[in-house]
Design a protein around this ligand. Structure first.
Ligand SMILES: [Zn+2]
Length: 145
């Protein structure tokens, strides 16, 4: 009789052990699934970051292309203009545009000459040079230099 009671008790303990092991395995499986989910979330964050970088690069290249398609060089003065929808803006520094692709608005001196606030280059038209030459000739004649 005692052996049967002990056997039943052993079976109950064994069943409880199986339940505990089963619950432990289930908990491990849930932890694994959560880890997989976290890894997927990390990959999603990286992919989203890569996508944002790619979109930023596309925007940057699109802006650069649009600028290059709308910019015009004026050889008389070596200055740049942007033409958009038949409207002209500028002038911009050809040195800064050629060097860094930046459009730096030139300061207009109002006499056919401009200067760049960034690179400090001076730009002028052929007419401005002729006017300057004429001024120098007049000064030389006036002071008989
Ligand atoms: Zn410049």
């Amino acid at each position: 009789m005692i052996d049967i009671v002990a056997a039943i008790e052993a079976i109950k303990i064994s069943i409880n052990c199986v339940k505990v092991v089963s619950e432990g395995l289930k908990a491990i499986k849930e932890v694994d699934q959560k880890l997989d989910f976290l890894e997927m979330k990390q990959q999603l964050v990286k992919l989203t970051e890569n996508l944002l970088n790619a979109e930023e690069k596309i925007y940057e290249l699109d802006t650069k292309l649009s600028l290059q398609q709308s910019i015009e060089h004026q050889s008389d003065g070596n200055i740049m203009w942007i033409i958009k929808e038949l409207k002209r803006s500028g002038p911009y520094c050809s040195t800064c545009f050629g060097d860094e692709g930046k459009t730096i608005t030139l300061n207009d001196n109002g006499d056919g000459s401009w200067n760049c606030p960034k690179c400090k280059n001076h730009f002028h038209t052929k007419q401005w040079r002729q006017d300057q030459d004429e001024k120098h000739r007049r000064i030389k004649r006036l002071y008989k230099v």
